[in-house]
Design a binder for this molecule. Sequence first.
Ligand SMILES: Cc1cc2nc3c(=O)[nH]c(=O)nc-3n(C[C@H](O)[C@H](O)[C@H](O)COP(=O)(O)O)c2cc1C
Ligand SMILES: O=C(O)C(=O)c1ccccc1
Length: 356
Amino acid sequence: MTSLAELHDVARQRLAPEHYDYFAGGAGDEVALADNERSFRRLALLPRILPGSATRDLAVRLPGAEASMPVFVSPTAFHRLAHPDGELATARAVAAAGTVLIASMAATVAIGDMAAAAREVDPGATLWFQLYLQTDREVTDLLVRRAADAGCSALVVTVDSPVFGRHERDRRHGFTDLPDGLFAENMRDLPGGPRNIEMSPALSWADLDRLRESTSLPVLLKGVLHPEDAHLAVEHGMDGILVSNHGGRQLDAAPAPVDVLPRIVEVVGGRVPVLLDGGVRRGTDVAIALALGATAVGIGRPVLWGLAAAGESGVRQVLELLREEFDDALALCGGRRLADLTRDLVTVRGPEGGKW
Ligand SMILES: Cc1cc2nc3c(=O)[nH]c(=O)nc-3n(C[C@H](O)[C@H](O)[C@H](O)COP(=O)(O)O)c2cc1C
Ligand SMILES: O=C(O)C(=O)c1ccccc1
């Protein structure tokens, strides 16, 4: 395979249409979904010349992690729909790539089993745990304890989902439940028995304060788009911000993360790392996001396409392609390290380019 787009095409052929549409789809008219990729293509990189170094350093320090490149895996649900090995294959591939896997609370493999699979490949593998705060605090506390016991080195609290997104492709297929034999394995053995993941508009900053006090793990907020919320996240002691519109699956009128990134970076002012996901499909997308101030970027769907196309090997291919493409982009921008990707390199395409 020579690009993520090719892996997508193979995955589309292999997946049942209702499962393909579950992974690929967005909310409403899928305006946000389309804009996530399109926004990267509206931007250009003004390359510098004569870098003066034969090699480049792609490694980056993140909360509770040293990643081999500034690309991590964003949390996505239900990997066993894509491949029988599910999240075990994903965990192995991400460990082999030496980057961070944010394990979804809605995984079809329990967090402890994912961590064990990752550690067989690399004893130093890094997993973070994605959490939807549950209104029953006992349930949230138990999930946090299990993530910590599994060795997760940070919590990523998803805050863009006070209600479930309206996914019209799923409605058309009547896809509402996992097939028999598959289950959101982290949701077993909880007070009151197995549970569904709850999304609740009743949650507030007070619930995050409580989580912050209940754990010594770094806590990152996923799904921040408004600069004022980025400011509040820092004030409330968060250890990082993930700028995201949930891959266009929640508010369809939400902007593309890359379009709001500069303002958020400005407000945060270097106090905590600012991460981004949504629409990253090429090494040049990674370079643009870093030049606009992101510390690292996440990929969601490309991992699912790799998994569906070729299991663990497919996810490895996705990560290695992005690594090679990003290294190429950094070289062509005249850079030798991540810090060489600066804001002045980014312009808007077209004759107005540079007015930014
Ligand atoms: C099929 C699917 C399932 C997802 N499940 C979760 C989830 O369980 N928790 C979460 O915080 N985000 C979830 N997301 C959002 C991703 O973490 C991420 O924000 C998004 O996919 C990034 O956009 P991209 O797919 O364009 O790379 C999901 C996304 C997809 C496509
Ligand atoms: O589909 C999603 O985007 C998602 O975040 C999710 C949340 C809970 C259960 C399954 C998926």
